[in-house]
Design a protein around this ligand. Structure first.
Ligand SMILES: Cc1cc2nc3c(=O)[nH]c(=O)nc-3n(C[C@H](O)[C@H](O)[C@H](O)COP(=O)(O)O)c2cc1C
Length: 202
C-alpha cells in the first residue's frame, strides 16, 4: 500500500506536518510505503482558465504539476493537509487545487462532473490546522480540501482539524488530539486491504 501526504505549508517542521505524522503513524507501522510531499517544493503555476483540459485529464501547462499527479495516480491513500491562511488553504494548496481542474470532466452538462479517480479505491484523509480557538477562524480550509478531494473522486474517510496552534511545533502540546488523529487512522488501516493481507499471512 502506498500512502502519499500532500502538505500546503512551507514550514517543514510545522504543525501541519506534525498532524500529518500522527495520521501516518499507523500506516507506517502496518508496513505501508510513505511519501511526504510539500507543495512549496513543487513549481506549480496558476491555472489560466484556458480550458485546455476540456477533453482530457491533462493540464496543458507543463511544470511540476504532472509529476505530482503521477504520485497521486500511484497512491492508495492520500492525506491532503493545509494550514489556514486567511480563512482558507495556503496559496500553494489553492494553486494545486485550481490546476486540478484537469482532474474533472463535464461530459454531459456544466452542472454534472466526473472525477479522474471516480470508481477508484483511493482513500483520502483531509486535515487542517489553524491558530485560533473559534472554528469560524478556520474559515473554509477543511471544507475546501474535502469537497475538492470528493470532486476528483477520492473516497474521503475522515476530515480532521487542529485549532489553537500558532508557532511551528506548538501542536506537540496537544498530545490528546495527536493521539486521536493516530487512533482515527488506525481504524482506517484496520479496515484496509493492508491489514487484511497481514492477517491472512499470519
Ligand atoms: C499568512 C497567515 C495567515 C494566517 N491566517 C490564519 C487564519 O485566518 N486563521 C487562523 O486561525 N490562523 C491563521 N494563521 C495561523 C496558522 O494557520 C498557524 O500558525 C498554523 O499552525 C500554521 O501551520 P504550519 O505550522 O503547518 O505552517 C495564519 C498564518 C499565516 C502565516
Amino acid at each position: 500500500m502506498k500512502v502519499l501526504s500532500v502538505n500546503g505549508s512551507r514550514r517543514k517542521k510545522g504543525n501541519t506536518q506534525l498532524f500529518i505524522q500522527s495520521i501516518l503513524q499507523p500506516f507506517s507501522e502496518a508496513g505501508a510505503s510513505i511519501e511526504n510531499v510539500f507543495l512549496g517544493d513543487f513549481k506549480i503555476d496558476a491555472c489560466t482558465g484556458c480550458e485546455g483540459c476540456k477533453r482530457s485529464w491533462e493540464c496543458v501547462i507543463k511544470d511540476d504539476f504532472q509529476p505530482l499527479i503521477e504520485k497521486m495516480d500511484g497512491a492508495d491513500v492520500i492525506v491532503l493537509a493545509s494550514p489556514t491562511y486567511w480563512y482558507t488553504v495556503t496559496s500553494d494548496m489553492k494553486r494545486f487545487i485550481d490546476r486540478s481542474y484537469s482532474l474533472i470532466q463535464f461530459p454531459h452538462s456544466r452542472s454534472e462532473w466526473i472525477g479522474k479517480y471516480d470508481n477508484s479505491e483511493k482513500l483520502c484523509i483531509t486535515a487542517a490546522v489553524c491558530e485560533q480557538t473559534d472554528e469560524a477562524h478556520m474559515g473554509n480550509t477543511l471544507d475546501l480540501l474535502t469537497d475538492f478531494a470528493k470532486d476528483i473522486g477520492l473516497n474521503v474517510v475522515g476530515s480532521l482539524k487542529a485549532l489553537r496552534c500558532f508557532e511551528a511545533g506548538s501542536l506537540l502540546r496537544q498530545k490528546e488530539l495527536l493521539l486521536e488523529a493516530e487512533s482515527f487512522s488506525k481504524g482506517v488501516v484496520l479496515a484496509s486491504p493492508l491489514s487484511m493481507a497481514k492477517r491472512s499471512s499470519s
